[in-house]
Design a protein around this ligand. Structure first.
Ligand SMILES: NC(=O)C1=CN([C@@H]2O[C@H](COP(=O)(O)OP(=O)(O)OC[C@H]3O[C@@H](n4cnc5c(N)ncnc54)[C@H](OP(=O)(O)O)[C@@H]3O)[C@@H](O)[C@H]2O)C=CC1
Ligand SMILES: O=C(O)[C@H](O)CS(=O)(=O)O
Length: 484
């Protein structure tokens, strides 16, 4: 069992751990029990300005290191994360709530981004362009954007950090990181690993606290040239608006509302199992989880029966417990929002096939029963607004065209999935779905080696793959006149 002192300094600037300049502190709670785990520093614009200045001073030295030297430090960080995975996973579960098994999986995923960008650091190539003019030589060199402001959410408090910090460091940038208020302890663990791996003072800085004040300081300081953000579309739009003043680069991973289409020729058992896994991972608090299921009418009764039986067998509890399939939601507001969507759907005629209420199995923490709704209509909130909770609405369809039209009827465009064994259909449907990420007979697309990101109101830019490092560089074109 991991215990914490009553207060943990959580601001890290220029290689030193410190308290907020205001001396303010804020509690960190365990969502499974709502008990206070510890208190951390509650920073603001003063701390952020100091962090940005430290990052600015460290920028030249870090960028001038050979990529191999930056790569070695990232690789050491990868090794340290693997060696400390058990501890970090337990800390993550204690402050975020997901079952320990999922937390361990997240740490492996987080470590894989450190490994992948340790490798990519050595492959950030430029270009030599054949000139149409004999007296010229043309080249393009990638250069780091400089100081990066990184803002991350609470639902994947480890992998959302390394998905940004790893490519930033690989490209030669320096970072000011602001994690979510609910999950600062995981961020502290990751920054301590980077410190131990040999990241020089000022290259990575951590500021916890008042998100609006920290955010505004990042948005309005000239030295910050890129804001990379993962979180809600609402906050993403705020950052877009405020970044315009200084024309900052943006990388935005925002909300989603993923459809899953189950065709009659699918492997029914596998489709039901994966639909459940996608929906109820992290209690449904993921941006790429299934938010609505479209089932071909020929298999409607059978699929619904198989799915509901599996959902009803799920075990809820504290994520540190054994044999827990689903933990709590992040806070009371989350359960209230989820319950509002269920009440709205039922009021408009939906049937609750299972779940449909707050879990009464405990009087501590905030849990919601895994819920399946049927007879849903498109005017229900659950079919339009991101749920970010364990609610799964089912709707039937007759034709492939009808399913694609329904699936595309969303302002979001992050991830979409479908199950079929038909190869021709796989190509047709994948090409017609308006989403940045498509899963065919697969609902776990996020890997370090592939570009993750949405279109429409789900964001801008990619994280992961060789594409992901390009968010952190500027391409400089050099035109050189020569005497032939
Ligand atoms: N596309 C993707 O990959 C992902 C998208 N998401 C989306 O994020 C949402 C859930 O995460 P959640 O944390 O609630 O999202 P929020 O957008 O509320 O918060 C995300 C981060 O932004 C910070 N923040 C909030 N307001 C401001 C502000 N005015 N200026 C600067 N920073 C700010 C938060 O700080 P604080 O905690 O202090 O409020 C937090 O660190 C869902 O919509 C989900 O879809 C989540 C994960 C991945
Ligand atoms: O949903 C999220 O917040 C994460 O992006 C999910 S995943 O990419 O880690 O699977």
């Amino acid at each position: 069992m991991i215990t914490f002192d009553n207060y943990v300094p959580s601001i890290y600037i220029n290689g030193r751990w410190k308290s907020a300049s205001s001396r303010k502190k804020t509690p960190v709670r365990n969502p499974a029990t709502w008990d206070i785990l510890t208190h951390v520093s509650y920073g603001d614009e003063v701390d952020t300005k100091n962090a940005i200045e430290a990052a600015g001073e460290a920028k030249e030295g870090w960028a001038s290191l050979s990529p191999r030297k930056r790569s070695n430090i990232l690789y050491r960080a990868y090794q340290l994360m693997e060696e400390n995975a058990e501890r970090i996973a337990a800390v993550l579960t204690m402050e975020q709530g997901k079952p320990l098994r999922e937390a361990k999986g997240e740490i492996k995923s987080a470590a894989s981004f450190l490994l992948w960008y340790a490798e990519e650091a050595n492959r950030l190539y430029g270009e030599w362009i054949p000139s149409s003019i004999e007296s010229k030589r043309l080249s393009v060199i990638p250069q780091p954007v400089g100081v990066v402001g990184a803002i991350t959410p609470w639902n994947f408090p480890a992998s959302m950090i390394t998905r940004k910090v790893a490519p930033a460091l690989a490209a030669g940038c320096t970072v000011v990181l602001k994690p979510a208020s609910e999950t600062p302890l995981t961020a502290i663990e990751i920054v301590k690993i980077l410190e131990k791996a040999g990241v020089p003072d000022g290259v990575v800085n951590l500021v916890t606290g008042n998100s609006a004040k920290i955010g505004d300081a990042l948005l309005h300081h000239e030295a910050v040239r890129l804001i990379t953000f993962t979180g809600s579309t609402e906050v993403g739009k705020h950052l877009m608006r405020e970044s315009a003043d200084q024309v900052k680069k943006l990388s935005l991973e925002l909300g989603g509302h993923a459809p899953i289409i189950i065709f009659a020729d699918a492997d029914l058992e596998k489709a039901a199992e994966m639909t459940l896994a996608s929906k109820f991972r992290n209690s449904g608090q993921t941006c790429i989880c299934a938010n609505r299921v479209y089932v071909e009418d020929k298999i409607w009764d059978n699929f619904k029966k198989v799915l509901v039986e599996k959902v009803e067998a799920m075990r809820l509890g504290d994520g540190l417990g054994d044999d827990v399939d689903m933990g709590p939601l992040i806070n009371e507001g989350a359960t209230e929002k989820v319950h509002e969507q269920v009440k709205d759907a039922v009021a408009k005629g939906a049937e609750v096939a299972c779940g449909g209420n707050i879990w009464e199995g405990t009087d501590k923490g905030h849990y919601y029963l895994p819920t399946v709704l049927s007879d849903v209509r498109n005017d229900m909130l659950v079919m339009k607004e991101e749920t970010f909770g364990p609610i799964l609405p089912l709707q039937s369809f007759t034709s492939e065209e009808e399913a694609i039209r329904a699936a595309n009827d969303s302002e979001y465009g992050l991830a979409a999935y479908f199950f079929t064994k038909n190869l021709d259909r796989s190509v047709r449907v994948a090409e017609k779905l308006d989403y940045g990420i498509i899963g065919i007979n697969d609902v776990f697309p996020a890997v370090a080696e592939a570009p993750f990101g949405g279109i429409k109101q789900s964001g801008i830019g990619k994280e992961g793959g060789h594409h992901g490092i390009h968010e952190y560089v500027e391409l400089k074109y050099i035109s050189m006149g020569i005497e032939n």
